[in-house]
Design a protein around this ligand. Structure first.
Ligand SMILES: C[S@@+](CC[C@H](N)C(=O)[O-])C[C@H]1O[C@@H](n2cnc3c(N)ncnc32)[C@H](O)[C@@H]1O
Length: 240
């Protein structure tokens, strides 16, 4: 794939996420941070993409570490107060502890086998300060079923035509999104993303054996207890 096309996929993907209310989302995360009495000067975001959410959180923190597997995503929209680290959350390179770690917008669903979920959580258990807080949201089956219609979409951005084809398989519980890009010169590029839609209770089973425990699990964007029928839930993990 040439570099121009590779950059374009990240750009279109980032564009599709620009419709998200990152201001509201960041305030919700900050409310969680405050209500659990955490104190941290330098939070860490995992799977930050281009850092849209952390950019909003800079109204509360002077610097934030943003990390993501995709270097092209990280390079979009630089900000000197977002310290960007290109890494896989399954192999975190950090040598210091953090008091506030977060991972948002279904990024955990990109961990498509339970061993990887467990591996990431084990590392976070080692990286988290003793009074720290790790929070992440996950998409559940109700979300995949409800939103499959709007995720099948097409459009044009900066002269590049794109189509997103989304499919959820209720047997395998894999949710795939295939992005097709057509460039002004007629050339095409495809990229496929797969997410695993774990059952609500699977997360509790995995976390049961770890150094972390589930302090709360909320229906997304609220402080109400979550249940298996929710579309998206927010886990709050702390150290045992
Ligand atoms: C749906 S996007 C969310 C990005 C960002 N959290 C946001 O809300 O804008 C999912 C992100 O997860 C990243 N990702 C997927 N697997 C990853 C992994 N194993 N380690 C780190 N990042 C990963 C992708 O590169 C992508 O940027």
């Amino acid at each position: 794939m040439n570099n121009r096309h590779y950059d374009s996929i990240a750009m279109i993907y980032d564009h599709l996420m620009s419709r998200i209310d990152y201001s509201g989302w960041s305030e919700y995360l900050y409310d969680l941070y405050e209500s659990f009495g955490v104190e941290e000067k330098l939070p860490l975001e995992l799977a930050s993409g281009s850092g849209k959410l952390s950019r909003k959180l800079l109204s509360h923190f002077s610097k934030i570490v943003c990390s993501d597997l995709n270097l092209k995503m990280l390079k979009i929209n630089g900000n000197k107060n977002l310290l960007k680290v290109n890494c896989d959350m399954r192999r975190l390179p950090f040598k210091r502890e953090f008091g506030f770690i977060y991972c948002t917008f279904d990024s955990f669903n990109y961990l498509i086998n339970r061993e990887d979920v467990s591996l990431v959580l084990k590392q976070i258990g080692s990286l988290l300060k003793s009074e720290g807080l790790f929070t992440f949201d996950v998409s559940l089956e109700a979300n995949s079923i409800k939103n499959i219609g709007i995720l099948n979409r097409s459009g044009e951005y900066k002269g590049i035509k794109y189509t997103q084809t989304s499919n959820y398989n209720t047997d395998s519980r894999y949710h795939s999104n295939i992005f097709k890009l057509i460039f002004p010169d007629g050339s095409k590029k495809y990229e496929s993303h797969t997410q695993k839609i774990y059952a609500f209770n699977e997360y509790f089973d995995i976390i049961d054996n770890l150094e972390l425990y589930v302090s709360e699990c909320f229906e997304f964007f609220t402080f109400k207890d979550a249940n298996p029928d929710c579309e998206r839930v927010q886990f709050i993990l702390r150290k045992r």
